[in-house]
Structures are given as structure tokens and as C-alpha cells.
Design a protein around this ligand. Structure first.
Ligand code: HEC
Ligand code: HEC
Length: 304
């Protein structure tokens, strides 16, 4: 606040408080008229107004607020740019609270520093924190239940494009991942595309035209094998997905696979180290890994 504003505020405050005191003095004076007398104003023919003194309690409330204002203005900021004798400020209060939370976070992460992702995934305190970090930073893309959507992978199943081991999950979240599958429409042409689509659906165990699939096999081995592997099982190093399982990032219908081939796919997982810090990434990686463990337990239980 510059000094002109400060003076303006001081004058306004003094006028308001002074005005209140003056009003108080006026009304507290012994009324000349007696109790029960009217002001002499009459409305609607018979509606008159008593001129009684103010009730005592009301007067004391008034005195109380003037005294309160005076004490408040001495202790706290409010009288122009004066900072008040207590030295309180909303900024300092905010800073103190932030420091308190930073300190709690620092102590929590310090306790987790010695543990690796696999250990953290068995620590209930870390998992609780990880669930919160996930809800605030990941759920927008992967869903609150981490089951994903078209173009955003399901993190609770057994299929991992970039690997489901603790270190691989950690690297994915720390550094992000950029999948690069170019468009193949120029290479495959209008004839080759449906053949390769039929072949992909055949190795995935989905309905297909056998003759077209047989023709597509050779093209697959020529072009796609390099990334998706000889059996279509994918390649973690490139983020090339397994084409034989039931987990599809973009869909398994003929139309969806055709679109994957003709347009290409370039899914991007943003690097989160710069966004939320490495400590938080490690904890959320443990949470994601715990989802995977849950799923494996569920699967092995299902097999018995
Ligand atoms: C802006 C959207 C977005 C946000 C936010 C996001 N992700 Fe992702 N994530 C993606 C996409 C898209 C992919 C798939 C990349 C690809 O196509 O290979 C992905 C992939 C992943 C994978 C790899 C899955 C696999 O099969 O290997 C993991 C693990 C993952 N994300 C975890 C997280 C976590 C944990 C967070 C929060 C800290 C997060 N993501 C935040 C979009 C996002
Ligand atoms: C340069 C490596 C590379 C080559 C070659 C390649 N792909 Fe891919 N493919 C990928 C990657 C990486 C992805 C994941 C894209 C993403 O996550 O956005 C992918 C995704 C796909 C998908 C989507 C899978 C899903 O879950 O929705 C299909 C289908 C596919 N590829 C089929 C093919 C076929 C058929 C060929 C050969 C014509 C081929 N790819 C050639 C790297 C490759």
C-alpha cells in the first residue's frame, strides 16, 4: 500500500469510528421527552411513533464494537499500512502452514527413501498416499479406477506395453513414453490393408477371412514383425503392443485396426518427474504396481 492509500484508509477509518462515537454520544444523552411520548409524526391517520431512548443493551453493544475496533486496530493490520503490534499477516500465516505441510511431506518421503517400488507396494501408508497422487494427477487420463479408455491404457490388467515390472513402471512415469507407429497406408495400399487386418485378427483369435489372413501373413512378416515380433507378442523396448491378447488400446474391430494401420498411432505418456517430483513418482509407481499384483492374485484365484 503506498502512503496516499494508507492516509486515505486511515482517514476513512477515523471518520467511521469517530462518527460512531458521535452518534453514540448523541443518542446516549438524556432525552428531554418522557417515556411514552411520540415524535409527533403520524402516518395513515393513526400510526404514531414513540420517542423512547435506545435500550441499554443496544447502547452497550455499540460501545463494545467501538472498543473492539480500537483494540483490533492496535493489534492487527488494518489502520492504513500499520502492521499491528502482533506482527500478524495472512501471508506469513500461509507461509507457516505451507512450511508445516512441506515438512510433513519431506518426513514422509524420507521414510520411503530407503524402500524400492516393490517394497512400497506392500506398505499401506505409501499406497494411501499413492492413491491420492493418482487421483490428482493420473485419473484424468487413466480413469479413477485406472482402467483407462480408448487411447489410454488400462493399468490394472496383465498386459503392459512398456513393461509391468517395478523399474519399468517407474521409468514410464518418470520419463514418460512416446509410442511411434507410423501410417502404413502408403506401404500396404488399399489391397494390402484389409489382408493385414485379417491376419492381425487371426492371431488375436478373432473372426477373419482365412484367405485374406493368409495373404496378410507375408506382409506382416515383412513390415510389422520388426516391432510387434514374429508371433505378434509385441516389444516392450519400443512400446509395441501384444496383438494376440484381448487388451486393445485402440480397439480390435476391423474398423479400429484399419484406422491404427492407415493413420498410425502415437500415444504419449507425459514425463511426470518434472510435474510432481521424483519422490511422488516413486510412490505412485508403487500404487500402480500394487494394482497389477491385485490383478495377478485375482487371476490365479480364477484359475483354481
Ligand atoms: C495426459 C494424459 C496422461 C496422464 C496425465 C497420465 N498418463 Fe499414463 N499414459 C498416457 C498414455 C496416452 C499412455 C500410453 C502411451 C502409449 O501409447 O504407449 C500412458 C501410459 C502409461 C503407462 C504404461 C502402461 C503400459 O501398458 O506399459 C503407465 C504405467 C502410466 N501411463 C501411468 C501413469 C501414471 C501413474 C500417471 C500419473 C502420475 C499417468 N500415467 C498420467 C496418458 C497419460
Ligand atoms: C516401428 C515399430 C512398429 C511397426 C513396424 C509396426 N508397429 Fe504397430 N505399433 C507400434 C507401436 C509403438 C504401437 C503403439 C502405439 C500407441 O501406443 O499409440 C503400435 C500399435 C499397433 C496397433 C494398435 C494396437 C492396440 O492395442 O490398439 C496395431 C493394430 C498395430 N500396431 C498393428 C501393426 C501392424 C499390422 C503393423 C505392420 C503393418 C505394424 N503395427 C507395424 C509399433 C510398430
Amino acid at each position: 500500500m503506498n502512503s496516499a492509500w494508507s492516509i486515505y484508509v486511515i482517514v476513512l477509518t477515523l471518520v467511521t469510528v469517530g462518527g460512531s462515537v458521535w452518534l453514540l454520544a448523541m443518542t446516549a444523552r438524556k432525552p428531554e421527552k418522557k417515556e411514552g411520548e411520540t415524535t409527533g409524526h403520524v402516518w395513515d391517520g393513526d400510526l404514531a411513533e414513540y420517542n423512547n431512548p435506545l435500550p441499554r443493551w443496544w447502547l452497550w453493544l455499540f460501545v463494545g464494537s467501538v472498543v473492539f475496533a480500537a483494540i483490533y486496530l492496535v493489534l492487527y493490520p488494518g489502520f492504513g499500512s500499520a502492521s499491528g503490534t502482533l506482527g500478524w499477516s495472512s501471508e506469513a500465516q500461509l507461509r507457516a502452514e505451507q512450511q508445516k505441510y512441506d515438512e510433513i511431506a519431506r518426513q514422509t518421503y524420507a521414510r520411503f527413501a530407503a524402500m524400492d517400488v516393490a517394497e512400497l507396494s506392500r506398505n499401506s501408508e505409501a499406497l494411501g498416499l499413492g492413491r491420492n497422487i493418482f487421483a490428482n494427477n493420473c485419473a484424468t487420463c487413466h480413469g479413477t479406477d485406472a482402467r483407462g479408455a480408448i487411447g489410454f491404457p488400462n493399468l490394472t490388467d496383465a498386459s503392459w506395453q512398456w513393461g509391468g515390472e517395478p523399474d519399468q513402471i517407474l521409468t514410464t512415469i518418470l520419463q514418460g513414453r512416446t509410442a511411434a507407429m507410423p501410417s502404413w497406408s502408403g506401404v500396404l495400399g488399399p489391397e494390402g490393408t484389409p489382408q493385414v487386418v485379417a491376419y492381425v485378427r487371426s492371431i488375436a483369435g478373432l473372426g477373419h477371412n482365412p484367405a485374406a489372413a493368409a495373404a496378410g501373413k507375408a506382409r506382416y512378416e515383412q513390415i510389422c514383425l520388426a516391432c510387434h515380433g514374429p508371433e505378434g507378442k509385441g516389444m516392450v523396448a519400443l512400446g509395441a503392443p501384444d496383438l494376440t491378447d484381448s487388451d486393445w488400446l485402440y480397439g480390435s474391430s476391423e474398423a479400429a485396426i484399419t484406422e491404427s494401420l492407415t493413420k498410425g498411432r502415437n500415444g504419449q505418456m507425459p514425463a511426470h518427474a518434472p510435474l510432481i517430483g521424483e519422490d511422488a513418482v516413486k510412490v505412485v509407481a508403487a500404487y500402480v504396481y500394487s494394482l497389477r499384483q491385485d490383478n495377478e492374485v485375482a487371476q490365479s484365484e480364477g484359475q483354481h
